[in-house]
Design a protein around this ligand. Structure first.
Ligand SMILES: *Cc1c(COP(=O)(O)O)cnc(C)c1O
Length: 370
């Protein structure tokens, strides 16, 4: 590399040119409308509906508030079946609603919640399933819906990784009762902080809009114990500008994904995740699984990368079920989650973002090859 001191992070935020953002700021100053369903907020909801191919979308200040509100919107209580192999906010959103997470193991190929193991975890208290489209790869949405229908359960997808992901039948976000996106700075599409709930009908969208604004229906009517989950005009405007560059960004991610995939096919002991049924992927992460026959352990490789300025990340290690607020739950027991445990011990997510150069990718590949 040109600059051996440079640190390469697992991701870098997509940032349009600063001077392109100035007119948006000037417009906000002229409007004097800073938040509460302002013009940029409305435009971004409309633009995302069209871009993503969904009917109704409610913007939020972040993905975690959107998850918490999604559970409120469907009045979920009791127990919810979810995956231990995710970012901690998935399960935290349940605890914030006084709901007990029940962890079910993941599929060894897709790394998503294993549909075959869901039924055994259902009890009379179970009201919903909260799967994650891990790394943007679609869950087995048909099988999960079938189980939900059989047992009368709701399905809320944590789709934080699934921006722009399409299956043969269109956006993956159209599955389940609700889907939740995150627009955090580290995600494929970001609004600094932000998130959204996708729903199927105008009535649900209306209800979610009340819930994210303290429950206000009008000036003097409060219909629910809502929260403040609103996205501001600054974040919304940034999202609109960001959307202009998203297709180019996804193409750059795709070419990095392809280079890693081709080169790593020849490296013994490193397994890449195969495509998993998506027609259009977002290449949001590039996980590799370090196998026992690789010359060094996962953690030794992780350290080697760090020592060479490559800040790869072990997403998702530790498992959510290993954190103190979860680990004493019966479903968090290691013997209940053998696949998730093994994968958490093997995974490293490699840097992937628009702007990561060919030389940088070569440098990373060189470190992995010997
Ligand atoms: C990023 C992320 C979240 C949380 O989103 P925020 O916008 O950071 O609150 C939730 N779930 C998963 C799987 C995530 O990756």
């Amino acid at each position: 590399m040109d600059d051996p001191q440079k640190t390469i992070y697992v991701t870098q935020p997509l940032l349009p040119a600063l001077d392109e953002f100035v007119p948006y700021l000037e417009q906000i100053w002229a409007n004097k409308w800073l938040t509460n369903d302002g013009p940029f907020h409305r435009q971004l909801e409309q633009a995302l509906n069209e871009y993503l191919g969904v009917k109704h979308l409610a913007l939020f200040a972040n993905g975690t508030l959107a998850l918490i509100t999604a559970l409120q919107a469907l009045r979920i209580t009791g127990e919810v079946i979810t995956t231990p192999y995710s970012f901690v906010a998935t399960a935290h959103s349940l605890l914030w609603n006084g709901i007990k997470p029940v962890f079910v193991d993941i599929d060894p190929v897709t790394l998503n919640l294993d549909p075959e193991k869901i039924a055994a975890a259902i009890t009379p208290q179970t009201t919903a399933i909260m799967p994650v489209h891990c790394y943007g790869h679609p869950c087995d949405v048909e099988r999960i819906q079938q189980i939900a229908d059989n047992y009368g359960l709701k399905v809320i997808y944590d789709a934080a990784h699934a921006f722009a992901v399409q299956r043969h039948d269109g956006s993956v976000l159209n599955h389940g009762d609700l889907s939740v996106l995150s627009f955090h700075a580290t995600k494929v599409f970001n609004t600094f902080e932000g998130g959204a709930i996708i729903c199927h009908d105008a009535k649900t969208k209306q209800h979610i809009d009340y819930l994210k604004n303290f429950g206000f229906e009008d000036e003097k009517t409060v219909v629910a114990p809502g929260i403040n989950g609103k996205m501001s005009e600054i974040n919304s405007a940034f999202g609109l500008l960001q959307l202009k560059g998203i297709d180019a960004a996804l193409l750059q991610r795709r070419s990095i994904d392809a280079r890693y995939r081709t080169e790593l096919a020849a490296v013994d002991g490193i397994v890449c995740l195969p495509d998993k049924g998506e027609r259009i992927s977002n290449y949001s992460y590039f996980p590799i699984l370090v196998q026992p026959d690789y010359p060094m352990s996962r953690d030794a490789l992780y350290q080697k990368l760090h020592d060479n300025g490559i800040h790869a990340r072990r997403y998702f290690y530790p498992l959510i079920s290993d954190f103190p607020m979860y680990r004493s739950m019966p479903s968090a027991a290691p013997e209940n989650l053998p696949v998730a445990r093994r994968v958490a011990e093997q995974v490293i997510c490699l840097p992937i973002y628009p702007g990561l150069s060919d030389e940088e990718v070569d440098f990373i590949l060189g470190l992995l090859k010997h």
